[in-house]
Design a protein around this ligand. Structure first.
Ligand code: ATP
Ligand code: MG
Length: 288
């Protein structure tokens, strides 16, 4: 089992209390220092990804979930900014299509799981099925679930499916790390207002996001339960304070670096046989 980083990690025993998770970064953080640190970390992520690729026994799945305007996009962009684009892929999951709703709820994301040697990033994920769908249970009506599905145990059953799925992935070499970007309600309001006030941010504003905000408490209850039920030693959740973007980015990058380092990746060793072949190849080239 991997020794996962501890900072901001959600307990594995289901005891998570969202009320105690802070959206604010520790007060002694200096933005200039954080930016410097982030640069170093993104460089390190790139190095580690190269070894991950050469090693070719593991893949990495990074899951990002958050309320609107928490900064999922910009965190993904800045944390992965140094990585070879061929080595990582970002998938955004929005409202499911008719085809997607015609399958079980893990189908659409399973199609985009990272290959060995690669980092896959989910901007939203199958967790929407126990978050937005829990807050809006009417969405279940469009899912054509079998009549036998028990609505009383549905959410617990989905947690179990998710745990089983992630355990399966972990067993088969996927490092699963999940980030909840914990933005406060007050900070979200400030960011929405900035989107209205600043013309260059207008494009980001969506009236739908303000409507979703009315369900804040229901979302927090759903997050609380989801994180407690699905943070496990094979696929931990991290509750990242998200009111300060520089802090959030460094916190995420640090966890990724630490977890990748814990995989003890190595460049494959060259065998005696390979060395002999290399020498023959060298002779061929030199004799040209
Ligand atoms: P951005 O606003 O930065 O472009 P976004 O991820 O918020 O990114 P939107 O198109 O605004 O993208 O919103 C996607 C919406 O799709 C979210 O409200 C999300 O909750 C919803 N969604 C995602 N998965 C599901 C699902 N399985 N069932 C129902 N709704 C879903
Ligand atoms: Mg949105």
């Amino acid at each position: 089992m991997i020794n996962f980083p501890k900072q901001h990690r959600v307990a594995f025993d289901g005891s998570f209390d969202l009320g105690q998770a802070s959206s604010q970064s520790p007060s002694d953080t200096d933005n200039k220092q954080l930016k410097k640190r982030l640069k170093k970390l993104t460089k390190r992520i790139d190095e580690l990804q190269r070894i991950l690729y050469a090693h070719d026994h593991h893949s990495v799945l990074l899951v990002f979930q958050a309320m609107d305007a928490a900064g999922k996009d910009s965190t993904i962009r800045s944390v992965m900014s140094g990585v070879n684009p061929a080595g990582c892929q970002v998938y955004s999951f929005k409202q499911p299509s008719a085809e997607e709703k015609d399958h079980d709820f893990l189908w659409r994301t399973a199609k985009s799981l990272p290959e060995r040697g690669r980092i896959g990033i989910y901007n939203r994920s199958y967790y929407e099925e126990v978050l937005v769908v829990r807050v809006h249970p009417e969405y279940l009506e469009g899912q054509n679930l079998p009549v036998e599905v028990d609505r009383d145990t549905l959410w617990q059953d989905r947690f179990e499916s998710i745990r089983d799925h992630e355990k399966h992935l972990a067993r088969n070499g996927t490092l699963v790390l999940k980030f909840w970007l914990n933005v406060s309600k007050a900070e979200q309001k400030r960011r929405f207002l900035a989107r209205l006030d600043e013309p260059e941010k207008n494009w980001k504003f969506s009236t739908g996001d303000v409507a979703e905000r009315q369900h804040w408490d229901e979302y927090m209850n759903a997050y609380s339960e989801v994180l407690g039920a699905t943070s496990r030693e094979y696929a931990p959740w991290y509750a990242i304070p998200a009111d300060s973007k520089p802090y959030m980015r460094v916190a995420v990058a640090e966890i990724i670096v630490e977890a990748l380092e814990a995989l003890s990746l190595e460049y494959p060793e060259v065998s005696e046989q390979d060395l002999t072949r290399f020498q023959a190849a060298r002779r061929l080239l030199e004799d040209e």
